[in-house]
Design a protein around this ligand. Structure first.
Ligand code: CP
Ligand code: NVA
Length: 318
């Protein structure tokens, strides 16, 4: 299938590619996805039918609002058909293995998106299915979120090279994926977490070494004030991710000094924005006023899931 003449041609390196983490993608891969996402967002509907005739499976082992609806909407707008599958309705829920499930679904569908807990489950699906597999969130990574985050920051600030970005809160899946996309776009990211909740040291080291080639950097601290100072954006996420529920009380106690409120935003750069991947817990990791205030980029961030993932799939399948 060829692209309409007015759409940026697909990047051959992205064709047929899975996305488990962005760590094996290059800065040019990320730029190509974001450029197409911008084109789709700026385009009058209807969108070019880049996924006409393609059927894409979305498997959810955990709940989702944004990931599910943005994929379903983006696929439909590009002329493809989504098939949403909840694990409780699949034989997966009765003990069929992910390997066997992947082998079968890969013969019927053109790509698979999976939201699951263990990252290894996603890797097993990718190894078994003969089609591109996309990470719709694991406990370790959330790369689709990171693409929308980078798109949102580009919209606000233009070039991302050298952009100071603070993460405050849990060094979780969203933090890890931000560090990775930040390295591939040259952001300078400081991740502030309580002791014991740092992002994995190997990810910070990789992001710092990779990011430095583009004028970026990555480092971890335990001081939210230091991270926020002078930042162009302050990003936070829930203190209790899916799968961490048993630790909820201890986490809430540890994370209290890391709340993103107006005072923290005031200490950032003059045009600083607040980021949150959602769902938010008002009065915990972010105040209602910041989330819904004039310095919030959160709603653009959520919308951009649609454009970024549509671009990702178009590059992989068109
Ligand atoms: N941010 C995000 O992934 O949201 P959902 O859990 O609603 O998909
Ligand atoms: N860190 C959160 C993100 C939800 C979109 C979680 O994993 O639950």
């Amino acid at each position: 299938m060829s692209w309409p003449a007015d759409i940026t041609p697909a990047r051959p390196e992205l064709r047929g590619r899975s996305l488990l983490t962005l760590q094996r993608h290059t800065p040019a891969d990320v730029a190509a996805i974001l450029d197409l996402a911008d084109e789709l967002k700026g385009r009058e509907r209807p969108w070019p039918q880049l996924l006409a005739g393609r059927v894409i499976g979305l498997i959810f082992e955990r709940p989702s609002t944004r990931t599910r609806v943005s994929f379903e909407s983006g696929i439909a707008r590009l002329g493809g058909s989504p098939v949403t599958l909840h694990s409780r309705d699949l034989q997966l829920g009765r003990g069929e293995t992910i390997e066997d499930t992947g082998k079968v679904l890969g013969r019927m569908l053109d790509a698979l998106v999976l939201r699951t807990g263990a990252h290894e489950t996603l890797e097993e699906l990718d190894a078994a299915a003969a089609v591109p597999v996309i990470n719709g969130l694991t406990h370790a990574h959330h790369p689709c979120q990171a693409l929308a985050d980078a798109m949102t920051l580009r919209e606000r600030f233009g070039d991302l090279q050298g952009l100071p970005v603070a993460w405050v809160g849990d060094g979780n899946n969203v933090c890890v994926s931000l560090l990775i996309v930040g390295a591939l776009t040259g952001m300078r990211i400081t991740a502030a977490t309580p002791p014991g909740y740092e992002p994995p040291a190997e990810v910070v080291e990789w992001a710092d070494a990779t990011g430095r080639q583009l004028g970026g950097a990555a480092r971890a601290t335990h001081d939210p004030t230091e991270a926020a100072s002078g930042a162009a954006a302050i990003y936070t996420d829930t203190w209790v991710s899916m799968g961490d529920e048993e630790e909820a009380a201890a986490r809430r106690a540890s994370f209290e000094p890391f709340q993103l409120d107006d005072a923290m935003l005031d200490s950032a750069g003059p045009n600083a924005v607040a980021l949150h991947c959602l769902p938010a817990h008002h009065g915990e990791e972010i105040t209602y006023d910041v989330l819904h205030g004039r310095r919030s980029a959160v709603w653009d961030q959520a919308e951009n899931r649609l454009h970024a993932q549509a671009a990702l799939l178009a590059h992989a399948l068109a």
